[in-house]
Design a protein around this ligand. Structure first.
Ligand code: 26V
Length: 745
């Protein structure tokens, strides 16, 4: 990369009479020219990441930072009278839903930065994750036409690298769009767009189309096969062109990482190609596949573990159904020969109950299977994949997630980055664990850090005011719960805890209460009714409190609209406290917890996912752990009765009553349904996620924070301890582990 040349090109860009969009395109194009002109040695062996989600967020600032020209570019255009911050209006590339997709983006960033050849494959959705608005407190979804205004100057359409993907009823053209990922190596994220006919185009139209109907399921299967087959097809053909048909060396050049089960059709397509087109025997093809594929599990929720009806797959992909069925028989024979128990074979079976278990395919074929936090991996070994683990323990390993400090510190909290520069020199930018050297007991350092937090809070407040029209309380504690909306994440429990505090405040039981703002951000999947009801409930609580003169100077709730990567960048930097309150055993890892930690938020959380490792790193005494552990939850199973539990606890009952007693207007029974989720058996047992069980411990933890916050030195020290012990949660560390322990690149 020729930095001087690029800066010169930027200098020459004329600003006058151009729209922001034109300038955005022009500046981006100049950078892309430099990036694409990079000559590089591409190592023979590469890793390929298969994911249906990539939550890249805004690429502009990230790429300019990676190119090392962000500050100069700002300066150059400022002199020309144009503020680059205008591009904060550029839509996020939101081709993902949550942590899984953002993790993929962080890993691409870290791999490029660490110089590992990691290439991503995915789908170029026409519409990203929906845009969210609230109307009368209810979530309304709008299509996210992310390409409409600003276009996509960071990708290149590769017309001559198209590939056809066949279904029984149509042939679809997969057109690659390559997005270079710039760092110490220049890697590529290749997203396929489906073309050929209106029917074909539907395949890459929406992310996660609802799969509650047969058509919906078929579309999901098409999506998953579409990009997996396009990727595998290209790699296999290229291999044959360069190396001939001796597939014995294929794993020397390729290692595949399946990001959850969404790309498991890649396994089937690989076997199909090798057996049908290149005439290998199935055992030989399986042998090669076993050396090529690896699988990361990201959830243990049964409803999220994909199983596809054999008949549905047969309908549109008969050869794929056939090869998976053969694989099923083949694996069973192998297990029997090795003396596996009948029950074990049933548990590991590829076909079960007329469905293909995509996770079981992945576990069988993968050389390595990993979880994403210590406790999650333990659960995989002991519960979800116990039989497979017993017979092949060497296959299983943990790689705790990480997040890129370039986006989640350098970009979103420049002030903190400069604080590290001042105290450590610039070395920490290349050697992140150095931040641990900061002296958390030095009063001057503590004061400087506290000032930065104040600045970031003010910036957040003014951003929220601009976006939501809500003025946040000043001199208040900012507590954030930002993540997908899901029952297991227990935003409902936080809502009830807030009501508890509200009632206690009104009754004068909390005379020394420090003003507190709860900030929520979350999208609920379009078809997930209960998640939407929780949003509504929180918005009603926000309204109730805001309109109550007795408390609205002390307590505030704001649920921001359209929470996305760019919003997250503001919230993680400007929050004091990070709420991570999932039911123990349910959050595989969490990565928002890490992003908030990087900016020094303390965690109020359960012993779940990566929270455990976070408090191990930053000190339990510097965080606020509460609630039932995995073991306790296990013991409660079958005994816990939320109805009698609440009846025995008036402090619980008083708040749950608000769901049904008319405190809130509820003509259509949405809040009543939330009460039902707690007290009655619905699609889950009553209070399946132990919301009521952990409610009062959460209130206590929040009140403890509230009290301790008043000791500014003590609390700032806790925050700084968190910030400076966050280096382990860098995705640079995580990607190194993948590279060394799984990929061998
Ligand atoms: C996704 C969905 C989407 C539609 C509504 C229902 C539902 C339920 C579960 C899921 C989970 C999909 C997998 C996933 O995103 N897992 C997340 O992966 C992160 C990265 O490893 C991890 O930090 C989070 O704990 C985990 O939930």
């Amino acid at each position: 990369m020729n930095r001087e040349r690029l800066l010169e090109t930027l200098w020459k860009i004329e600003v006058k009479n151009k729209t922001a969009v034109e300038l955005y395109q022009e500046i981006s194009a100049a950078c892309m020219n430099e990036i694409l002109s990079e000559k590089q040695k591409i190592p023979a062996r590469r890793a390929y990441y298969f994911s249906v989600e990539y939550l890249m967020g805004r690429m502009f600032f990230n790429n300019l930072l990676a190119l090392g020209i962000l500050d100069e570019a700002r300066e150059i255009f400022a002199r020309k009278g144009f503020d680059l911050n205008t591009f904060e209006d550029v839509e996020d590339a939101a081709l993902g839903n949550g942590g899984l997709g953002r993790l993929a983006a962080c890993y691409l960033d870290s791999a490029a930065n660490e110089g590992y050849p990691l290439y991503g494959f995915g789908i170029r959705y026409k519409y990203g994750l929906f845009r969210q608005k609230f109307i009368h407190g209810e979530q309304v979804e709008e299509a996210d036409d992310w390409l409409r205004t600003w276009g996509d100057p960071w990708s290149v359409r590769r017309e001559n690298e198209k590939i056809e993907v066949g279904f029984s009823d149509m042939v679809v053209t997969a057109v690659p769009y390559d997005m270079p990922i710039y760092g110490n190596s220049v890697n590529i994220l290749r997203l396929f767009q489906a073309e050929g006919s209106p029917e074909a185009e539907k395949i890459s139209e929406y992310l996660y189309p609802a799969d509650d109907t047969e058509d919906g399921k078929l579309l999901r299967i098409r999506q998953e096969y579409f990009f997996s087959a396009a990727a595998v097809g290209q790699l296999v053909r290229k291999y044959v062109k360069n190396n001939g048909k001796n597939f014995g060396h294929f794993p020397d050049f390729h290692v595949f990482q399946l990001n959850d089960t969404h790309a498991v059709f890649a396994v089937a397509e690989f076997l199909r190609l090798l057996t049908k087109e290149y005439h290998l025997t199935l055992p030989r093809a399986v042998e090669i596949a076993k050396k090529t594929f690896n699988y990361t599990n990201h959830t243990i929720l049964p409803e999220a573990l994909e199983c596809w009806d054999v008949t549905l797959v047969e309908k549109i992909l008969p050869e794929i159904a056939h090869i998976l069925t053969r694989l099923h028989i083949f694996a069973k024979r192998e297990w029997r020969t090795c003396g596996y128990q009948k029950e074990e074979i049933a548990e590991m079976s590829i076909v079960c109950g007329g469905k293909f278990s995509m996770a079981n395919v992945a576990v069988y074929i993968s050389g390595h299977v990993n979880g994403v936090a210590k406790i999650h991996t333990k659960i995989l070994k002991e519960r979800l994949f116990a039989a497979a683990y017993r017979h092949a323990p060497e296959k299983f390993l943990n790689v705790t997630n990480g997040v890129t400090q370039r986006r989640w510190l350098l970009l979103c909290n420049e002030e903190l980055a400069r604080f590290y520069d001042r105290n450590l020199g610039h070395g920490w930018r290349e050697n992140f664990p150095m931040i641990e050297k900061i002296d958390c007991d030095d009063p001057e350092i503590l004061e400087a850090f506290a000032k930065i937090k104040e600045t970031k809070k003010r910036q957040l407040a003014s951003y929220i005011e601009k976006r939501e029209g809500v003025k946040l309380l000043e001199n208040a504690i900012y507590i954030a719960q930002v993540k997908r909306l899901h029952e297991y994440k227990r935003q409902l429990m936080t809502a009830l805890a807030i009501l508890r505090i509200y009632f206690d405040l009104k009754a004068g039981r909390l005379p020394d209460f420090t003003p507190t703002v709860f900030i929520f951000g979350a999208k609920a999947a379009g078809s997930y009714k209960r998640a939407k009801e929780i949003i509504l409930f929180l918005n009603k609580i926000a309204e109730l409190i805001a309109s109550d003169g007795e408390v609205n100077g002390k307590l505030q709730v704001v649920f921001v609209q359209n929470y996305d990567v760019s919003y997250a960048e503001k919230i993680v930097a400007g929050s004091d406290v990070s709420l991570q309150v999932s039911t123990a055993g349910f959050e595989a890892s969490g990565t928002g917890n890490m992003k908030l930690m990087l900016s020094g938020a303390v965690t109020v959380g359960t012993m779940d996912g990566a929270n455990i490792e976070i408090v191990e790193a930053a000190g339990r005494e510097n965080n606020y752990i509460f609630g039932a552990t995995v073991e306790e939850i296990g013991e409660l199973c079958g005994i816990y009765d939320p109805v009698s539990f609440a009846t025995r606890n008036p402090r619980i009952k008083e708040v749950t009553d608000t769901l049904t007693d008319g405190t809130f207007e509820d003509a259509d029974g949405k809040l009543k349904d939330l009460a039902a989720s707690l007290f009655e058996e619905t699609y889950n047992r009553a209070d399946h996620y132990y919301v009521l069980y952990d409610l009062l411990p959460l209130v206590d933890a929040l009140l403890k924070v509230n009290g301790e916050y008043q000791n500014r030195v003590l609390f700032t020290r806790k925050q700084l301890k968190n910030a400076t012990h966050s280096a382990f949660f860098s995705s640079d560390r995580a990607i190194k582990t993948y590279a060394e322990k799984i990929w061998g690149i």
